[in-house]
Design a protein around this ligand. Structure first.
Ligand SMILES: [Fe+2]
Length: 465
């Protein structure tokens, strides 16, 4: 009976239909008493079923695990975007596919933003991010939606879900794609200082229109990957996939000095590949090294004619990109560091843009397809060599692991790793707390929920003030 239930369910993608507050959660093991703050996680949780909708565009739901002196509580809330509110009033879906309105939706409804991808804290604001819209400000305690944040009108258009915060200055660096409108090759680039003031915002042209999920920032450079999940208005208008895998377009990465302008961008080339996420990057003499999770072929998006890509090639592996800035070549090198399928790489963020010696990512069981099957964690050194590897019981899945340092001045990597785990047999979730340098020992503590947290995208820790 129970076996059947597991076979039928198989994954943890479906939304949950409620919001809850759980003030006293059961804890197995011992939560470190120094771990005081909140882990916020974001992910798609569609309020209503919608025809032809992609997993990526489900309404954002926040899950907050608040840890305080060895105790734990939980709260989840939908992000009340204009789309969520309009659909809530209508009692049904008004959007389908990538921000496309359904035929019978009200004419004055134009904003399909879902705020479902990441949740960050910068310059005193908690911001839910989704790459096609501005950040949505969230009240940190109640998780109430406060609305779009446009930095006093200085920032407009799309804003990546993966901005980078400079650990030395507190500056936030961001970009947006489709910056001249849907499915255009324009990118924006900007920066916000540690006090929340916009210090830069400009636009430039990329080699072609593509889905640009993440970018690369080092102490002195910023790199824009243009990889061939291409965007096409012509396809979209003729009912074909707006985003599709077109490897013939090749891979481009634009390298710009942070002190320079978009006019100075130098474009490097390589074999076609796709990357959703960057682990970290740094400068090494005349080179830039960037560790990414690279797919040979894009997952989740078809060829232009609708055929799926090859599942054997649609898996990500830890890969090192090397850019020679000395002017000898416009090619960049791609070297796989491991054969394990993985995603959602993280580091000790105090080393963002600087040479790092620790990284972690969620890894898959090699026998299962990529997404919905991340079922372990890998701990690697600064060259991708495995320092530890932990696999969940078969069937269970795990979220992106988030690093929390033991204290402000703890050495790199000294702290905990927080990940949400789906227990397939019980169909509910745990927050697992690992010792970050000894993940093989398994979780030091489990915070148990009575319900499940659907597989989501990204989260971050906000320490108690
Ligand atoms: Fe992401």
């Amino acid at each position: 009976m129970q076996q059947n239930a597991i076979t039928e369910r198989r994954n943890n993608i479906a939304p949950i239909p409620f919001e809850a507050d759980a003030p006293f959660l059961k804890i197995v093991g011992e939560l470190p008493r120094e771990l005081n703050g909140t882990l916020y996680r974001n992910g798609p949780n569609p309020q209503f079923d919608s025809p032809g909708s992609h997993w990526f565009v489900g309404d954002g739901m926040l899950h907050a695990f608040h840890l305080d002196n060895g105790r734990a509580s939980y709260r989840n809330r939908w992000i009340r975007t204009p789309k969520w509110l309009a659909e809530h009033d209508a009692g049904r879906a008004l959007f389908g596919g990538f921000g496309r309105k359904l035929a019978d939706a009200p004419a004055n409804l134009t904003d399909g933003g879902v705020a479902n991808t990441n949740i960050i804290f910068h310059a005193g604001k908690l911001l839910a991010l989704e790459e096609a819209h501005l950040p949505t400000e969230i009240e940190p305690g109640s998780l109430a939606t406060l609305g779009y944040h446009n930095y006093q009108g200085r920032v407009a258009g799309s804003f990546t879900a993966h901005p980078k915060i400079d650990p030395l200055t507190g500056e936030l660096v961001f970009f947006g794609y489709n910056a001249a409108g849907p499915l255009t090759p324009a990118l924006s680039y900007g920066s916000i200082d540690a006090s929340g003031r916009t210090t830069r915002f400009e636009r430039f042209e990329a080699p072609y229109a593509s889905m640009v999920h993440d970018f690369i920032v080092t102490a002195n450079h910023v790199l824009f990957p243009i990889l061939p999940i291409t965007g096409s208005m012509e396809r979209a208008m003729s009912g074909r996939p707006p985003y599709a895998w077109e490897p013939d377009k090749g891979a481009y990465v634009g390298v710009m000095k942070r002190s320079g302008t978009a006019k100075d961008i130098v474009w490097f080339r390589a074999e076609a590949c796709y990357v959703f996420h960057v682990m970290n990057a740094w400068e090494d003499g005349d080179s830039i090294v960037a560790d990414v999770m690279q797919f040979e072929e894009a997952p989740l998006f078809p060829h232009p004619d609708g055929r799926p890509t090859d599942p054997e090639k649609s898996r990500a592996r830890h890969c090192r990109w090397t850019f020679d800035l000395s002017g000898n070549t416009d090619r960049f090198q791609q070297t796989y560091l491991d054969d394990l399928t993985g995603e959602f790489p993280r580091i000790d963020d105090r080393r963002a843009g600087l040479k790092s010696r620790h990284g972690w990512y969620a890894c898959a069981n090699p026998k299962l397809p990529m997404f919905g099957a991340l079922s372990g964690i890998v701990h690697v050194d600064g060259n991708g060599r495995r320092l530890g590897h932990y696999l969940l019981p078969a069937g269970d899945t795990i979220s992106e692991p988030v690093f929390v340092e033991r204290s402000k001045d703890a050495v790199e990597g000294d702290g905990w790793l927080l990940a949400v785990v789906w227990r397939a047999r019980e169909n509910r979730s745990d927050l697992a707390v690992f010792n970050a340098t000894d993940i093989e020992a398994g979780p030091a503590a489990l915070v148990q929920l009575g319900h499940r947290v659907p597989d989501g995208f990204h989260g971050n820790w906000v320490g108690a003030a």
